[in-house]
Design a protein around this ligand. Structure first.
Ligand code: PEP
Length: 266
């Protein structure tokens, strides 16, 4: 981990937990997680819970992220919520998650528009990239990461890219629902290689300073037992957690692992 880049642990609750269940989980996490100035803990609950949780959370401990939003700020788009409407509620927006790319057919252009919309509204993108099983077997991992990074960042400036977060999430390693204990995870070398490719692509586009400033996370079946070793991977700045973030023992264990790691390095 790089001391300039604050370690980040993100919990993506996906389409789980209603407002009161979300509030209860935050309460439990608040009891277990200490204030760690060196570790940023970000929670992405259902859109409905963002407003009440923005009032409930201890802002020294937690930040909120939207799981998705629409790229046009305002208009006749029935059912949509824009990044501009979320401005006061969230610090981050998850963009390009494979659930959205694969289940809602979000293409590279839409991801690019969403990144620009988030940045325009002072919401920091957490851009998810990663190859499918078929692409991995076809040896296309580097190309997929390249295409997803390069197109997503096409409409933002080098300065804006600097504070962005990119999460490497190989689709084949993501658990479905809460089955986070039984799933394939990539080897540390594979994660290291993806981190290097992401930074290399950002460097080619926006220079060394942007490439060394962005934070790169790993996501895919992370749990409290795997977190510490994953955080040892060079250049990795944190973890994006799905299934295990719904379990307060697991998620607070992951945050603890990040904090222990930070303390050892201090
Ligand atoms: C995710 O879907 O972003 C994710 C990281 O899920 P999981 O941890 O359950 O693999």
């Amino acid at each position: 981990m790089n001391t300039q880049r604050k370690t980040m642990i993100v919990g993506n609750w996906k389409e789980h937990l209603n407002v009161s269940q979300s509030s209860l989980l935050i309460h439990r996490l608040h009891e277990r997680i200490k204030t760690h100035r060196s570790v940023e803990v970000v929670l992405a609950p259902t859109m409905l819970a963002l407003q009440p949780l923005s009032v409930q959370i201890d802002r020294r401990k937690f930040r909120l992220a939207a799981q998705n939003a629409y790229h046009i700020d305002e208009g006749a788009f029935t059912g949509e919520v824009s990044f501009s409407m979320l401005q006061d509620l969230v610090h981050y927006g998850i963009i390009g998650h494979s659930d959205r790319r694969n289940k809602f057919n979000e293409n590279l252009d839409e991801v690019c528009s969403k990144v620009a919309a988030a940045v325009r509204n002072n919401i920091m993108p957490i851009l998810c990239v990663g190859e499918s099983q078929t692409e991995k077997l076809a040896g296309e991992t580097n190309r997929v990461i390249h295409d997803q990074v390069v197109t997503a960042l096409a409409n933002v400036t080098a300065k804006e890219v600097q504070s962005m977060v990119i999460a490497y999430e190989p689709v084949w390693a993501l658990s479905s629902g809460t089955d986070f204990m039984h799933h394939a995870t990539p080897k540390p070398d594979e994660i290291l290689s993806a981190i290097n490719i992401i930074r290399h692509n950002v460097k080619e586009l926006y220079g060394v300073s942007a490439a060394s400033s962005i934070r790169v996370l790993y996501g895919g079946s992370v749990n409290a037992s795997s977190a510490y070793d994953l955080l040892n991977i060079k250049g990795l700045d944190g973890l994006l957690v799905g299934g295990a973030s719904l379990n307060y023992h697991e998620f607070s264990g992951i945050v603890d692992a990040a904090f222990r790691k930070q303390q050892e390095e201090a």
